[in-house]
Design a binder for this molecule. Structure first.
Ligand SMILES: [Zn+2]
Ligand SMILES: [Zn+2]
Length: 166
């Protein structure tokens, strides 16, 4: 899914509104960091965001990026893909959505909520728990990895054909 300039601007405007209504400081640096997050179509790690921000602001430290990420997470303007992944993957897409995770390269792609049939309990949920929502994680191979698997398979086939001729 390719983000439009407008969608990115809308996300950054949301940050401005949130800070304004809550009386929180919005520095230029904070805006640059959030813009990098808002424009990202992958689910970047804090380190990836940091190196991207450094192109514009070479002096920014990873600690500053971490601090701002925490600020955005606390505001609800940023999400983590799942708290259980060993790497912290960030997500500025605030629309309800699910994720596709490539088993091989761990690429994470968004799946729109309306593209999946809603999940329903076939029995009652475990008694006593309080449910606030659900996320579906679809797993498989991304386009690149699927293509690689295909080529390695067909080259193997070519090889065995060659052997057969000998
Ligand atoms: Zn992959
Ligand atoms: Zn996402």
């Amino acid at each position: 899914v390719k983000l439009t300039r407008r969608q990115i601007d809308e996300r950054v405007t949301l940050l401005r509104q949130y800070c304004k209504t809550r009386g929180l400081p919005l520095t230029h640096q904070r805006q640059v960091i959030y813009s990098a997050l808002a424009a990202s179509e992958t689910h970047p790690t804090p380190e990836e965001i940091c190196s991207q921000v450094r192109r514009e602001m070479p002096s920014v430290s990873l600690a500053t990026v971490y601090k701002n990420i925490k600020f955005f997470l606390d505001l609800g303007l940023l999400r983590e893909v799942t708290a259980l992944h060993e790497r912290q993957l960030l997500d500025a897409n605030l629309e309800p959505h699910h994720h596709f995770v490539c088993q091989r390269c761990k690429t994470v792609m968004d799946i729109r909520e309306r593209d999946l049939e809603p999940v329903r309990w076939t029995i009652s949920p475990p008694p006593g728990i309080r449910i606030s929502g659900y996320k579906v994680e679809v797993t498989g191979l991304c386009i690149r990895c699927a293509r690689k698997t295909k080529t390695s398979r067909s080259s193997r086939r070519r090889k065995s054909n060659g052997n057969a001729k000998l």
